[in-house]
Design a protein around this ligand. Structure first.
Ligand code: ZN
Length: 82
């Protein structure tokens, strides 16, 4: 498994190529959401730089903190922040 932090990934297609995804953590709700780049692209969404996207929590609407997570067997592996 590649270490996503060690590779240079900027765009959704880069993330998809490296089997990484974007994890979004909402501190207020203490919950994770994930964006799978390959699914993003399949939906016909633009191949944007992920740093440019503003993600908001689906529950409370506050800004989440983004981090790049590995995708293992199609599942997002989130690293629980402590
Ligand atoms: Zn929230």
């Amino acid at each position: 498994m590649e270490n996503c932090a060690a590779v240079t990934v900027n765009t959704m297609s880069d993330l998809a190529e490296h089997e990484c995804c974007i994890g979004l953590y909402c501190e207020s709700c203490d919950r994770w959401e994930g964006v799978v780049p390959s699914e993003w692209l399949e939906q016909g969404l633009p191949d944007v730089e992920y740093g440019e996207i503003g993600f908001k929590c689906g529950e409370c609407g506050s800004d989440g903190s983004k981090r790049v997570c590995p995708l293992v067997n199609g599942e997002i592996v989130t690293i629980t922040p402590h």
